[in-house]
Design a protein around this ligand. Sequence first.
Ligand code: PHE
Length: 346
Amino acid sequence: MQQKINQYTSEINDFQPKNAEEVEIFRIKFLGTKGIIKDLFEEFKTVSPEDKRLFGKVLNEFKQLAETKYQTLKEQVDSSGLSNENLNPDFTLPGEGFELGSRHPLSLVRKEIIEIFKKLGFNVAEGPEIEDDWHNFSALNFPEEHPARDMQDTFFIRSEKGDGEAYALRTHTSSVQVRMMEAGQPPFRAIMPGRVYRNEAISARAHCFFHQVEGLYIDENVSFSDLKQTLFYFVQELFGEGTKVRFRPSYFPFTEPSAEMDISCTICKGEGCQFCKYSGWVEILGCGMVDPNVLENCKIDSKKFTGYAFGMGIERITNLKYQIKDLRLFSENDVRFLKQFQSELI
Ligand code: PHE
């Protein structure tokens, strides 16, 4: 019996399984209900009483050894997560790639927009999401009683500062334009990407927050045709050559004249479809020449300088590029949605 145990002991010590299957075979062989240990305990019953003490100890130690070995191997197999893979890996094999995430579609489109304007010499400017009344409204020529200041559109914030100042979540990144104009003198040529907030009921078509890229260009002799040319270039770059643009007169308190710009529907190529409500056109941004009042509010000489501004919603552009019909998808973090957007990672 001692001899058998010695032989099995070295067998156990030398045992190097190649995969999970072999570990299981090991368990059955030594620890199974019809296994070697079971047999040895049967045999132990026949050992003479005087030898029992010695063999009992030897046998128990042997049992321990087999169990510990099995536990260790089992853990190795489980933690490798590759239960049937080789436990003695070939380190010369190529490694397993990491599963990396991809960019959010809004980030992809924001990046694309920024890249286009960078080529035209625009810088990127950012500002706070919590704004005071001056930067979000007053400096931008919003009359005191303008409906956009209403509770319906704006999330107001109670200030703990006790300074009597009204704070709100910015409703557009035009507030960053004000900050930029106040901080220096023209020329300015910058875009302002950022998150903005509006007090709207959440639905497939509206959300209480969204993302904008606004732009500002101020210098001597800047004209509406400069604005048109810039936006025309932008649209060709983003949506492809041949995309048509048209400008419709509009109104914003901070620009005069103001316009909204449509592009030919990228889905039906202007033929007419559900997306463009069979008009062949979709609106993508608001724009205009900066109102002289705004320049003066920011201590810029409106006799010397003129400028243009524009602002677009990133969600809208993303919808057009990827045909996403429900705005809520952007903020639900559903990986099934997000996984569809493959991107380079840096
Ligand atoms: N700030 C406007 C908005 O949020 C967009 C805009 C920017 C319009 C600049 C004209 C000029 O809707």
